[in-house]
Design a protein around this ligand. Sequence first.
Ligand SMILES: [Zn+2]
Length: 262
Amino acid sequence: MIFETHCHLNDDAFKDDLDEVLLRAKNNNVTSMCIIAWDKESSINAINICKKYQDCGINLYPVVGLHPENVKDEEDLELNWLEDLINNNKICAIGEIGLDLYWDKTYLDKQIYFFNKQIQLAKKYDLPIIIHSREATQLTYDILKEHQDVKGIYHCYSGSVEMAKLITNLGYKLGIGGVLTFKNSHLYEVVDALDITSFVTETDCPYLTPAPNRGKRNEPAYLVYIVEKMAEIKKMQIDEISDILYQNAKEILRIRDYEEKN
Ligand SMILES: [Zn+2]
């Protein structure tokens, strides 16, 4: 069994063939999935998709939140829309939230403000968080360190072995996806150096398609390539490593607590 901890099936890229995408995922042993939002509309879409496809044979978990690249246009400084969604729906986690200084550093203050705001909401509603951090690893770490009562997944980890150890010591799991299969990637060093209990699997689809499908739209069925690569690096059997990675995801996302909610 494979746990897809980070996909954007709420993206327009999937609007025409979501049924087939879910079926291919199921046929490739993907049995649980988090659908991750980036703003208000995608949060509502994540919730709606999880409801609409609740009998598709895959456990679907909505994750709602405001991505750092979307803070620019956010006018609701209290994020009342987000709190309303959390209050009125069964929500698995808050995400993806964090800092992104890759394209634009202009809104750093606003990014930090909304990152902190959503961490506070995670505390208030006792939810895990899904972290997005690009070109901002140290700053992200410093903020997470201030809030050690919150835990979650550090999505698409791409930093050093040393930083990976610091982040996992805070109780976070590192999301590993298609980048692991890229020839120029150093991510294998991180996977090699840390214990397998530090990781969860993700695609970030429609982005970051793993080899051998680079260039195509990514989708959850391709997680098999990530698991294969991890098994190769860790010198473990695919079944054995899949089980551990699945349990890692269930634990950090606190799926048992989620199931008990009304
Ligand atoms: Zn994402």
